[in-house]
Design a protein around this ligand. Sequence first.
Ligand SMILES: [Zn+2]
Length: 85
Amino acid sequence: MTKFDDNTVQCLVCGSSRLEEAYVDEVFNVDGRHVLVEHIPARRCRQCGELTFDSETTERVRLLLHESATPTRSVTLDVFDLATA
Ligand SMILES: [Zn+2]
């Protein structure tokens, strides 16, 4: 997850300004526990696919994950590890 300045209008990876609004699902590792956060507002680069989140969103996710909020639901997560594949 790339944190960026709210005024950023260019992709930090490839420099493209072709960003689109998107809602994404991201898995975070919180103290060794993986949690999935859905419908995170983001900007996605149409050129390279890099996702950027504004600082308010980053803070909201951080608070959500660290204030032991009650999850909406739980799912079983299949994990694949390229290091052992
Ligand atoms: Zn890009």
